[in-house]
Design a binder for this molecule. Structure first.
Ligand code: HEC
Length: 186
């Protein structure tokens, strides 16, 4: 690999790393992915730095494909200990298109492709740090990022965009915990 190629690659890497969290002077005390106004950033390095909680497979419709869910260390440690998500826990759900093929394990094996559909993010905040921000409430910050611009949360009001669909999981702090074997202590 030529020197120019290496330097282009390393500047691309630095650019990626610099967008992984909010700049420290603007950062809220709650999370590196939240600024003082309560704006939420998608951590772009989550597949490498966070744990895979579990996956859902949606067979049809607009949300079809794999829903891969990740959390930070804090989320797993606090839930395993007391069955609660500590403040600062971040949960990311990545939607990926699926395809299928015949493999030595069987026929019609489904697997996810490189095509990401969108990302949903929740950040735990039991103290209600951002009472005037409509992306915060019911103990969480709520955000939605589209692939066209992964730096912009396109959700404007979690009560309209998110809460109704999470009502069946209200008793589990709005999280569908039954899909996350990584949270159990085995
Ligand atoms: C159409 C219903 C629907 C809407 C709208 C919706 N969710 Fe969800 N969400 C679900 C379901 C069901 C699951 C778990 C199963 C799955 O993914 O199929 C889930 C899972 C998640 C997860 C993984 C953690 C968990 O709760 O299990 C996150 C994070 C998430 N949603 C965030 C959001 C955010 C933020 C919004 C709003 C911007 C939102 N969701 C809107 C139905 C919905």
């Amino acid at each position: 690999m030529s020197f120019t190629r290496v330097s282009i690659l390393s500047s691309a890497l630095m650019l990626t790393l610099s967008t992984t969290s909010v700049h420290s002077e603007e950062r809220s005390s709650l999370s590196p992915y939240v600024n003082k106004k309560g704006e939420i950033t998608l951590p772009v390095d989550f597949r490498m730095n966070m744990a895979h909680l579990g996956s859902w497979f949606v067979p049809e419709g607009a949300a079809s494909g794999f829903h891969d869910v990740y959390t930070n260390q804090q989320g797993i440690t606090s839930y395993r200990k007391d069955k609660v998500f500590e403040d600062g826990t971040i949960i990311i759900k990545e939607l990926r298109a699926d395809t299928k093929g015949n493999y030595t394990t069987g026929a019609g094996v489904h697997y996810s492709t490189e095509s990401v559909k969108q990302w949903f993010v929740m950040i735990k905040d039991s103290k209600g740090h951002f009472p005037d921000n409509k992306n915060w409430g019911n103990g969480w910050g709520w955000a939605l990022f589209k692939t066209e611009n992964p730096t912009k949360n396109v959700s404007t009001d979690y009560k309209v965009d998110c809460l109704g669909c999470h009502a069946p999981a209200a008793k589990n702090d709005w999280i569908y915990t039954e899909g996350y074997p990584t949270l159990s202590n085995w």
